[in-house]
Design a protein around this ligand. Structure first.
Ligand SMILES: Cc1cc2nc3c(=O)[nH]c(=O)nc-3n(C[C@H](O)[C@H](O)[C@H](O)COP(=O)(O)O)c2cc1C
Length: 670
C-alpha cells in the first residue's frame, strides 16, 4: 500500500528514506529569535513520525527580512542549538533540512526594531503595508555574504541539506517579478537579469558548501498575482536554478498577496500538483509537490503518476506527525486528519501567536501535553459524542481507562455534521471518520439514541463522568422568533430542507454566513458538470461562469454589528466573503431585527425602520451551552468534568483541547 510514497530517493548523494517532506512552516514558538525546547520537541516528533525530510524553518539569517517571528542563524552563537535540533531529527531517522528565509518587502519594520525593509525596488507592499528601501549593490552583496555564512553554520550544525525560500512572494520572488523589480542594473530589466540574484546566491552557497552537499529551493509554481510570473515563466527559473547548482526543487503555489486561495479546503486535494509537474518536465533534479496533500491516496498518486518525485505534507504532519508511519503500516484510517481550517496555524501565525492545531491538542505542546498510561484504570462515562466527548473518550482509552460514550442522536459527531455541511467544508467529516475508527480501535462502546440522566449515571456508577452535552441554537430576544415557521441554521445545515426562493438569515456570524453560502450554491452546477461542459466546449466560458455562480435563491443576511463574520478566521474570512459576494448574497450590517412574523422581517438600520418579506426566515443568532447533568451528578457524589460547548461555547479546537486537558487531569483510579 502506498508503495510509491515509501520508495527511497537520492538528493545530490544523500539517500532519503521515503518521499515525504515536512516543509518549513512558521510556528512562532519563540519571540526572541531563538530555537527553544518547544521547537526542538516539535521537530523531533515530526521526525519520529516517519517523514523522510524534516525542515526546520523559516530561519532568519539577517536582521532585515523578518516577516514572521522565527529563529535566527545569523550568528555563530546559534550553531549549538541548531545542532541540537539537527541531531534530534537525525536520531529519529529523518534527514534534517533547514530553510533560509528573507522576507524582503514582506518584512515588518516593527519586528526589526524600526529598521527599514529592503527589496529589489521601492514598491509599496500590500502585504506588509510598507514601502521598502531599494537595495543597493552593497546590500545585495551583503545578503549574499550573510546567506553563505548562514549556510556554512547550518552545515556545521549537522543539517543534511539546505533549502532556500524562493516562493510565497518573499525576497527571491520579488527579484524575479516584473511587478516588484524595476531595477535597470544587472539585477533587473529582463527575465535573465531578474534571475541573477537567485542564481548568484545558489552559486555562492554551492561554492562554499562543496559539490556534494544537498541544496534545494522552494519556488512558486505560479505567483497567482496578476502581472507577475505564471507557470509559463517558472520552468525557466527552475532550469536556471538547476544550472546554478540546485539539487532539488519544492514547488508550492503562489504569493501571500494572491487572491487565489492557497491553503483553504476549496483548493482540491493535490490541486497544485500540476505546478510541480510543470517544473518536473523542465529539470532533472527531484521535484516535490505541495499544498493540500493530506490524503495518503492522493499523495501516493502524485508520485505514481509522475507529477512529482516527492510530496510536502505541511499541516497534515502538524495534525498527525505519525501520518507516514500509519500510512506505511496500513493504518491510514487512524491518521488524525488536517481539515485545512487554518484556524490554529495560519490564523495564529499571522496574529503573531504560536501555532497549534485544531484537531491535534498536542501539536506544539509535545513536551508538556502527554497522556500517560495508568496502572490502575478508571471506569469512564462520556455523555455526548460531539468533538469534546469523542476526544475525551479516545484519550481516556489511550490512558488505559475503560470507556463508554453516549449520545442522544443516532450517530457520533455532534456539531461536526453541521460544521461540515457548507461548501468545501466536508473534510470536517473526516474527523468523524477518524473518531469512529478510534472508538473501534480502543473498543469503546458507543450507545446511540441514549440520553444520559442521573438514573443511568447511578446505574453505571462511573469513576468519572465527562459531561459533553454540547450546545444548542440560541433563541435571540426577537419577537416572533420562537414561532414554528422559523427554522434554525442548524436545521438547515443538518437536514437540508426544501426552502423557498427569498431567504432571510438572522445573524451574520460564522454560522449565519456559512448557512448563506450553503444555500447560495443551490441551483448551480457541480464541479463534475463544469468539467464535462468545459471539456466538450458545450457552453462558453461566460455561460459557465454564470452556471457555477448564479443559484436559485435570493439570500439576505441581517447582522446587528457593523461588520459581518467577525468570528471567522482571518485566513478564511476573505474567501468566504468573496464567495458570498460572487453568489449575490446580500448582507445588511448594523441591522437590528425587532420582530419576525408571517415571513416579514422588521428591522432598524441607521435610525429608520424597514420591513422585508421572505419565503423563509432562518435563525443563526448563535449557540448556548447545554449542561443539564452537572449539578445532579455532583450532588450525587460523582466525580465529573464539564467540557467543550457544555462548559463554554466556542470553536472546535476549544472542544478538542479542553477535552484533552480534562483527560490529563484525571488521576489514577479515580
Ligand atoms: C502557518 C503556516 C506557515 C507557513 N510558513 C512557511 C514558511 O515559512 N516557508 C515556506 O516555505 N512555507 C510556509 N508555509 C507553507 C507550507 O510549507 C505548505 O506549503 C502549505 O501549508 C501548504 O501545504 P499543506 O496543505 O500541506 O499544509 C506555511 C504554511 C502555514 C499554514
Amino acid at each position: 500500500m502506498f508503495d510509491c510514497l515509501f520508495q527511497p530517493i537520492t538528493i545530490n548523494k544523500l539517500i532519503i528514506k521515503n518521499r515525504i517532506i515536512y516543509p518549513a512552516l512558521g510556528l512562532c514558538y519563540s519571540q526572541d529569535r531563538t530555537l527553544n525546547e518547544r521547537y526542538i520537541n516539535f521537530f523531533r516528533e515530526r521526525a519520529k513520525g516517519g517523514a523522510g525530510i524534516v525542515t526546520v524553518g523559516p530561519v532568519l539569517f539577517d536582521e532585515t527580512g523578518v516577516g514572521v517571528e522565527a529563529p535566527s542563524i545569523a550568528d555563530d552563537s546559534a550553531v549549538p542549538v541548531f545542532s541540537r535540533v539537527a541531531e534530534a531529527i537525525s536520531n529519529e531517522g529523518a534527514a534534517a533540512w533547514i530553510q533560509l528565509y528573507h522576507a524582503g518587502a514582506y518584512s515588518f519594520s516593527q519586528m526589526m526594531d524600526g529598521r527599514e525593509s529592503i527589496a529589489p525596488s521601492s514598491v509599496y507592499s500590500n502585504y506588509s503595508r510598507e514601502t521598502p528601501r531599494e537595495m543597493s549593490i552593497e546590500d545585495i552583496s551583503g545578503i549574499r555574504g550573510k546567506i553563505v555564512r548562514a549556510a556554512l553554520r547550518a552545515k556545521e550544525a549537522g543539517f543534511d541539506g539546505i533549502e532556500l525560500l524562493g516562493s510565497a512572494g518573499y525576497l527571491i520572488s520579488q527579484f524575479l517579478s516584473p511587478l516588484k523589480n524595476y531595477r535597470n542594473d544587472k539585477y533587473g530589466g529582463t527575465p535573465e537579469k531578474r534571475m541573477r540574484f537567485a542564481s548568484e546566491i545558489i552559486e555562492d552557497i554551492r561554492t562554499a558548501v562543496g559539490p556534494d552537499y544537498p541544496l534545494t529551493i522552494r519556488m512558486a509554481g505560479n505567483d497567482f498575482v496578476q502581472g507577475s510570473n505564471t507557470d509559463l515563466e517558472t520552468p525557466d527559473f527552475a532550469r536556471a536554478y538547476e544550472q546554478a547548482g540546485i539539487d532539488g526543487i519544492n514547488v508550492t503555489g503562489g504569493w501571500h498577496e494572491s487572491k487565489i486561495p492557497q491553503l483553504s479546503a476549496e483548493l482540491p486535494s493535490g490541486g497544485f500538483a500540476y505546478l510541480a509537474r510543470n517544473i518536473k518536465d523542465a529539470v532533472s533534479v527531484p521535484v516535490a509537490a505541495s499544498n493540500r496533500l493530506s490524503d495518503p491516496y492522493a499523495a501516493d498518486q502524485v508520485i505514481r503518476d509522475k507529477m512529482a518525485d516527492m510530496v510536502s505534507l505541511g499541516r497534515a504532519l502538524i495534525a498527525d506527525p505519525f501520518w507516514p508511519l500509519k500510512a506505511m503500516s496500513g493504518r491510514e484510517n487512524e491518521i488524525r486528519p488536517c481539515i485545512s481550517c487554518s484556524q490554529g496555524c495560519t490564523d495564529r501565525l499571522f496574529s503573531g501567536k504560536p501555532v497549534f492545531c485544531l484537531t491535534n491538542a498536542r501539536a506544539g505542546f509535545e513536551g508538556s501535553r502527554n497522556i500517560s498510561k495508568m496502572d490502575n484504570p478508571a471506569r469512564i462515562m462520556v455523555a455526548g459524542a460531539g468533538p469534546a466527548g469523542l476526544e475525551a473518550a479516545i484519550r481516556s482509552a489511550e490512558a488505559g481507562h475503560r470507556v463508554e460514550i453516549y449520545d442522544k442522536n443516532a450517530d457520533i459527531g455532534g456539531q461536526l455534521w453541521i460544521a461540515g455541511a457548507p461548501p468545501h467544508k466536508q473534510e470536517m467529516w473526516n474527523l468523524i471518520n477518524y473518531y469512529s475508527e478510534m472508538l473501534y480501535k480502543y473498543k469503546i462502546d458507543f450507545f446511540p439514541l441514549t440520553e444520559v440522566d442521573i438514573e443511568l449515571i447511578r446505574k453505571k456508577n462511573p469513576d468519572h463522568l465527562f459531561i459533553a452535552q454540547g450546545g444548542e441554537p440560541l433563541i435571540p430576544q426577537i419577537q416572533g422568533v420562537q414561532s414554528s415557521d422559523i427554522v434554525t441554521a442548524w436545521d438547515v445545515l443538518r437536514d437540508d430542507p426544501s426552502l423557498g426562493t427569498d431567504i432571510a438569515i438572522i445573524g451574520g456570524g460564522a454560522v449565519g454566513l456559512e448557512t448563506a453560502h450553503f444555500l447560495s450554491v443551490k441551483g448551480t452546477i457541480s464541479p463534475e458538470t463544469l468539467y464535462f461542459l468545459f471539456k466538450y466546449g458545450a457552453e462558453d466560458v461566460k455561460r459557465l461562469n454564470d452556471l457555477i455562480l448564479r443559484g436559485n435563491k435570493k439570500i439576505t443576511v441581517f447582522e446587528k454589528m457593523a461588520k459581518a463574520g467577525r468570528d471567522v478566521g482571518k485566513s478564511s474570512r476573505w474567501i468566504l466573503m468573496g464567495n458570498l459576494s460572487r453568489h449575490g448574497v446580500e448582507i445588511i450590517t448594523s441591522a437590528e431585527v425587532g420582530s419576525v412574523s408571517n415571513g416579514i422581517v422588521r428591522y432598524k438600520k441607521d435610525g429608520s425602520f424597514h420591513e422585508q418579506k421572505f419565503d423563509n426566515i432562518i435563525n443563526a443568532a448563535g449557540t448556548v451551552s447545554v449542561c443539564s447533568l452537572e449539578a445532579e451528578a455532583r450532588g450525587n457524589g460523582f466525580s465529573c468534568s464539564v467540557i467543550g460547548d457544555s462548559k463554554k461555547t466556542g470553536t472546535i479546537d476549544n472542544a478538542i483541547h479542553d477535552a484533552f486537558l480534562a483527560v490529563s487531569d484525571i488521576r489514577q483510579g479515580q
